[in-house]
Design a protein around this ligand. Structure first.
Ligand code: UDP
Length: 381
């Protein structure tokens, strides 16, 4: 079969490779001037530091097959994300751990004492948290919530945390020991030469042809048996039912000599600092050495039509609009919607790869059986 894949990020790349290996002819297009989607990395011309152009991407997974998959295309180096946060004139350790609690409250608690203390200050009246604020208040109490989560979350999402789902905070653990590894996954690492060479390797197959700086047009569909769409689902339908809300990011780059902040990611918990975090890119490659440094201040705002989508917002209005697009997608043949944008979900890289592997396999099984291929890599609701 002849397959068209729209988008050269992880979803598109993984599906392309799986289908190409089964003998299908795959064309991949991307409107941007590079492959890799928001995982794209590039060395800075002035300093040679590897830059995560669209913000920090740290690979972590519990999925053995996904870990083997990425390692089969590039070399990973050990990397552990240790995030710090600045709030109330001090630097604290994240995720909230025994060090954070002891420093914040000026205590010398042992683990069980800290757990008892947090149990006392946490809001016990909230038994079934319905939103981000309730989740935080029931987990850590008001003081920690206000210092570390409230301002950051208002900046990141542009909304009152009462309007956000509790699931966003569930991404972060809380620990009553000194483990400050941001992720708890079995595997964690950083590709030695950035993410872009991994995409080159995935696309390096005789049945795959990649065209960058190429936007999708309706006429393109004619030459193909099936389309995999990793762009926005509302974009596929020409925004006819309205625009789904996304947050986009702006990065303000600055360069300095030496070491600017001593870590890769420094969050800023307070709302009066306009950016959410500063990323110092050379610390993502601790095995390299650089005299100079490049940092990005990260600002979050509502996406406008020409901006790059990052985080799906998914509030009630978005879900109603999404239901409309889902119904349209289900009534369409010849297209599978894949990935973060195609299914309008907050996805980590490893989950994106897992779902793309599954989507490619489901497509192959369905077409072998003469059935309609799945409409979504994973159903968006
Ligand atoms: N968060 C916060 N303070 C922090 C870090 C995270 O309030 O210092 C909240 C914020 O709402 C954020 C969410 O937790 O959107 C998830 O954080 P994560 O670090 O997973 O965000 P990502 O790196 O994916 O942007």
């Amino acid at each position: 079969m002849k397959i068209l894949i729209v988008g050269a990020g992880f979803s598109g790349a993984v599906v392309a490779r799986e289908l190409a290996q089964k003998g299908h002819k795959v064309s991949v297009i991307d409107s941007r001037a590079h492959i890799g989607g928001n995982c794209y990395t590039k060395r800075d011309a002035d300093t040679n530091v590897m830059i995560h152009t669209y913000g920090p991407h740290i690979f972590h997974t519990n999925d053995d097959e996904v870990w083997d998959y990425v390692n089969s295309y590039t070399t990973f180096m050990p990397f552990e994300n240790r995030v710090k946060t600045t709030s109330k004139g001090q630097v604290f350790s994240l995720p909230i751990n025994l060090h954070t609690i002891n420093q914040f409250f000026g205590k010398t608690f042992r683990p069980a004492e800290a757990a008892d203390f947090i149990g006392e200050i946490a809001d016990k009246t909230i038994t079934d948290p319905q939103n981000f604020e309730e989740q935080a208040m029931s987990m850590v109490g008001r003081d920690i919530y206000e210092a570390f989560f409230e301002g950051y979350t208002r900046k990141q999402w542009g909304l009152d945390p009462k309007m956000l789902p509790a699931s966003i905070l569930k991404r972060l653990p809380m620990r009553f020991n000194y483990d400050d590894n941001y992720f708890m996954d079995k595997y964690q690492g950083m590709p030695k030469d950035g993410y872009t060479p991994m995409f080159d390797a995935i696309f390096d197959h005789e049945n795959i042809d990649v065209r960058i700086s190429t936007a999708f047009t309706e006429e393109m569909r004619d030459g193909y048996d099936h389309v995999f769409w990793s762009g926005t689902i509302d974009g596929y339908f020409g925004f006819e039912s309205g625009r789904l809300a996304y947050r986009t990011l702006d990065f303000e780059a600055f360069r300095a000599d030496g070491d600017f902040q001593g870590c890769a990611v420094m969050n800023y918990g307070e709302q009066d600092v306009p950016y959410t975090r500063i990323t110092e890119h050379k610390h993502f490659s601790p095995w390299e050495s650089h005299d100079k440094t490049v940092c990005y201040k990260e600002f979050s705002r509502a996406m406008e039509p020409d901006d790059i989508p990052y985080y799906p917002v998914r509030l009630v209005d978005d879900k109603e609009m999404l239901a409309d697009y889902i119904a349209r997608a289900e009534a369409t043949t010849g297209v599978t919607f894949i990935g973060r944008l195609g299914t309008y979900r907050y996805l980590n890289m490893d989950v994106t790869i897992r779902e793309a592997l599954d989507a490619a396999r489901a497509f192959l099984a369905a077409t072998d059986a003469g059935e309609k291929p799945p409409v979504f890599s994973t159903h968006p609701m």
